[in-house]
Design a protein. Structure first.
Length: 274
């Protein structure tokens, strides 16, 4: 009997150390929350999930750059607490880290999540100055579904975005193939969601500089989507850089965002001007 091909979108089938990496980033995030100055669970909206954690570099807080990180998990898993460790790289570069939480599918639909991410961004623009941040020096990064969500901050009706630059890591920019993946049984992305929320079909703010990164060991759809999306952005006049992260997979690449000396952390620091 011929063995059925593995679903290229089911990450744990292609990353044997998936659970170990998740355990590592959760542990490192707890250490970050215990050691870095922070403001925890700051509300950006009325729902209990609508909160951000802010992490600060040492010293005086006056007009510091601000960076928002949006976690992945195919819109259906993880939380901001699992990704506090990304703040290590951000604060080492002298910026305020904003780690955002949002509701998860299938309890809510994608429209709700995108609305939350946009409201979190508006909260930063309106309130981060009171925490010592400069809202005019704002950058964003996201991993996987978080990269998808990050694009909604400078695409379509989000122009002018006020975003200086974006780091999109292992992102999903065409939702159509996901309708035929394992996610069909878990979140059942609809035809309407594909039509409305595939970044490949957005119009983008041409003033945003974008770094598109993919782990060299990712499955083929992540590489092809990054290539196609880079072409889309370039046609619209955005400055785009592409990086293949050596010996990195879908999970090790995001772990490395918070690890000094790694290629991923260097890309994030470069985005922040470090």
């Amino acid at each position: 009997m011929r063995q059925m091909a593995k679903d290229p979108f089911r990450i744990r089938d292609h990353v044997p150390e998936f659970d170990d990496i998740v355990a590592e980033i959760v542990c490192r995030s707890a250490e970050t929350r215990a050691t870095l100055p922070m403001a925890a669970d700051v509300a950006y909206g009325p729902d209990s999930i609508e909160t951000v954690d802010l992490f600060f570099p040492p010293g005086k807080r006056d007009c510091l750059p601000v960076h928002m990180f949006i976690h992945g998990g195919y819109w259906r898993m993880f939380s901001k607490r699992d990704y506090s460790y990304v703040a290590e790289t951000v604060t080492n570069a002298g910026a305020i880290a904003v780690i955002v939480d949002y509701a998860l599918m299938p309890a809510v639909r994608m429209e709700r999540i995108i609305d939350q991410i946009r409201r979190a961004r508006r909260w930063v623009a309106e309130h981060v100055a009171s925490y010592g941040g400069n809202p005019d020096q704002f950058t964003v990064s996201g991993h996987s579904a978080g990269a998808h969500l990050a694009t909604t901050l400078f695409g379509d009706d989000s122009r002018p975005s006020g975003i200086k630059g974006a780091l999109l890591l292992g992102g999903l920019y065409d939702l159509r193939p996901l309708q035929h993946s394992f996610l069909a049984a878990e979140i059942a992305i609809t035809d309407e969601e594909v039509e409305r929320f595939s970044p490949m079909d957005f119009r983008f703010d041409p003033s945003v500089s974008v770094e598109l990164s993919v782990g060299a060991d990712e499955t083929p759809p992540f590489h092809s989507q990054a290539g196609d999306f880079a072409e889309t952005l370039e046609r619209q006049g955005l400055a785009v850089s592409r990086t293949s992260l050596a010996a990195a997979n879908h999970m090790s690449s995001v772990r490395d965002l918070g690890l000094a000396g790694t290629q991923a952390a260097a890309l994030l620091a470069r985005l922040l001007g470090g």
